[in-house]
Design a protein around this ligand. Structure first.
Ligand SMILES: [Mg+2]
Length: 268
């Protein structure tokens, strides 16, 4: 049995504050060299994911903008990507039509905010901030209403075929896709080959569908110690004892040991 790792980046593999991962860089390369398929899955844009791959030094496939697009061949242009997302203009047009004004007043899209404000919200500046704001299939916003207003916002959006997802720092408006969109595709693609075991890694609520679609879910706690409530994860789960990036490799090792117990794993 072969193994596919699908992993969120910010706060899961990358340090939640400074987005570094150098302490586990060598370990990740080792996993890839040992034949594990490694697919980063993030709300990041295509350009940000390419920048991550170049930092990693490996041209891996990746899934971007919360499951809107799948770059299967990182060597190729975006023309070979599989896209299930809706263009931003279209999303905003529907949003403007269906969301009541009093709810809109509690939402502020990053595209309408100053670079200084975006810097404070996303913790990015310069080129990384520019790449994060150049979105094709998702729009990021902050929300300052109460829980009741948030529930109403979810209801109006979903009734109109829009999806809202909460990431570590902001809300994300998109079409009806999520980080699990391509997990089924990955399984089906390998239908005629020996079964593949999927290990997913995440830290925030927008990772839950991906974690639950995997065979083994690795939950990474935040630096403050808060973590996804274990009861929302319905598959076999491992919770790291420390935040990213060390929590990532700790739970990867535990998941691989578990995978060896589950089946005839072709690894190493
Ligand atoms: Mg995250």
């Amino acid at each position: 049995m072969d193994i596919i790792i699908v992993t969120d980046l910010d706060g899961t593999l990358l340090d939640a504050n400074d987005f570094t991962f150098d302490v586990i860089h060598k370990d990740i390369i080792e996993l890839i060299e040992n034949g594990i398929e490694f697919i980063p899955v993030s709300s990041k844009t295509r350009m940000e994911m390419m920048s991550f791959c170049s930092e990693l030094g490996v041209k891996t496939p990746f899934i971007y903008e919360n499951g809107a697009g799948f770059s299967i061949n990182a060597e190729a242009s975006n023309k070979t990507d599989i896209i299930v997302g809706m263009a931003v203009d279209e999303l905003v047009e529907i949003w403007n039509k269906v969301i009541p004004d009093e709810l809109k007043a509690s939402c502020e899209f990053l595209s309408n905010q100053s670079l200084d404000d975006c810097n404070a919200i996303l913790g990015l500046s310069g080129e990384p901030l520019r790449l994060a704001l150049e979105r094709s299939y998702t729009a990021l916003f902050t929300f300052n209403g109460n829980e009741t207003a948030l529930a109403a916002l979810y209801h109006h959006a979903e009734s109109a075929g829009l999806r809202l997802q909460k990431g570590g720092r902001v809300f994300c408006l998109s079409g009806m896709h999520n980080k699990a969109s391509f997990i089924e595709f990955l399984r089906q693609q390998n239908d005629r080959q020996p079964k593949k075991l999927i290990i997913a890694f995440g830290d925030a609520s927008n990772d839950i569908p991906m974690l639950n679609a995997a065979d083994i879910a690795c939950i990474i706690p935040s630096p403050t110690g808060s973590q996804l409530p274990p009861e929302v994860i319905t598959t076999t789960k491992i919770t790291a004892s420390q935040p990213a990036p060390m929590g990532w490799i700790e739970s990867a090792e535990a998941a691989l040991a578990l995978a060896s117990d589950i089946g005839d794993v072709n690894y190493g």
